[in-house]
Ligand binder design. Structure first.
Ligand code: IPM
Ligand code: MN
Length: 359
């Protein structure tokens, strides 16, 4: 298969971790006989420095002309403490999601068997966790009207959802549940928010077309508790943009590190793959960030294009690295392995399972 991949590695540790994902994709290319072309473009704080725009036109054009986008991370502390900054790195990612129509953000939460002891949560609680968050990505409070009064004493962010925005992601979530454990949990604040009540009405109606899937509802505050109290109860969680952002960071605690969680953002025409973690500026250039979330995002990319065996080969290589203790310091404080070593090990252990069996 030929794939044109736009590489937007972004800020902080983005370039370091994305480089490992590229290495792994190149190993897949060689092992399975595909052709991937990678073209880099700038986004985020680095793009602001270069062009004044966190999403330069050339970057957007490249993404639109590519089959997929592999994204690193975005954000710089310089802007976090500047509430008055007009241009911010995050705007680049938000605009990119909107422009590419990436309305559905898929964030799987699993535990690696060899990492059961790395989680701050008890093994008996996290063992067997396997759920996926479907986070709405181009609507809600992230994109509603924002206001700030002239005297600077009043601000607002509007949370708007339409039936169409809810139903298109709901269908994807129900389809996913149908192919998994057949349970879908809608997370909202329908006891308080009108937009949440719309989610409930729309999702309940759609549920009639998926009779094999059991639908239940959870308020977001309760969901935040349930996710770490009893994560095994979940299969597919469907939720809005803001709740999905928060709950997926929380979900990463289960597996032991936010450096393990990948995501896929898909729309009707485009797809983007990125780790859920941020730019981790303290670790920039230190060869210490965990590349696994980025490599798993590359595996999600392969899966998206139907390259299932290839994706499995990447995951198998990651499992092997973990079994051997070849992990970064977020998972083992004594570790002597860095971003590059973990990436190198995973890439060089990607094998075609047919060859593997005959070995
Ligand atoms: C994420 C990030 C982004 C978000 C930021 C960088 C804008 O936290 O992808 O989860 O809030 O969506
Ligand atoms: Mn986030």
């Amino acid at each position: 298969m030929n794939l044109k991949i736009a590489l937007l590695s972004g800020d902080g540790v983005g370039p370091e971790v994305t480089a490992q994902a590229v290495k792994c994709l190149q190993a897949v290319e060689e092992t399975f006989g595909h052709q991937f072309t990678f073209t880099s473009a700038s986004v985020g704080a680095i793009a602001i420095e270069e062009t004044g725009d966190p999403l330069p036109e050339a970057t957007l054009d490249l993404c639109k002309a590519s089959d997929a986008v592999l994204f690193g991370a975005i954000g710089d502390p310089k802007y976090d403490n500047q509430p008055d900054a007009k241009v911010r790195p995050e705007q680049g990612l938000l605009r990119l999601r909107k422009e590419l129509g990436l309305f559905s953000n898929i964030r799987p939460v699993q535990v690696f068997p060899s990492l059961l002891d790395q989680s701050p949560l008890r093994k008996s609680i996290i063992k067997g966790t396997d759920f996926v968050i479907y986070r709405e990505l181009t609507g809600g409070i992230y994109f509603g009207e924002k206001t700030l009064s002239e005297d600077g004493t009043r601000a607002s962010d509007l949370c708007v959802y339409t039936e169409k925005e809810i139903s298109r992601i709901a269908h994807l979530a129900f389809k996913a549940a149908k192919g998994r454990k057949k349970k879908l949990t809608l997370v909202d604040k329908a006891n308080v928010l009108e937009s949440s009540r719309l989610w409930r009405r729309v999702v309940s109606k759609i549920a009639e077309s998926y009779p094999e899937v059991k639908l239940d509802f959870l308020f977001a505050d309760n969901a935040a508790m349930q996710i770490i109290l009893n994560p095994r109860q979940f299969d597919v969680i469907l939720t809005d943009n803001l709740f999905g952002d928060i709950l997926s960071d929380e979900g990463s605690v289960i597996g032991g590190s936010i450096g393990l969680l990948p995501s896929a953002s898909v729309g009707e025409q485009h797809a983007l793959f990125e780790p859920i973690h941020g730019s981790y500026p303290q670790a920039k250039g230190k060869n210490m960030a965990n590349p696994v979330a980025s490599i798993l995002s590359a595996a999600m990319l392969l899966d998206h294009f139907g390259l299932t065996e290839e994706a499995q080969a990447v995951v198998a290589a990651i499992n092997k690295s973990m079994k051997k203790g070849i992990v970064t310091e977020d998972l083992d404080a004594q570790s002597k392995y860095g971003t590059d070593e973990v990436g190198e090990f995973v890439a060089s252990n990607i094998v075609d399972s047919d060859d593997y069996q005959s070995m």
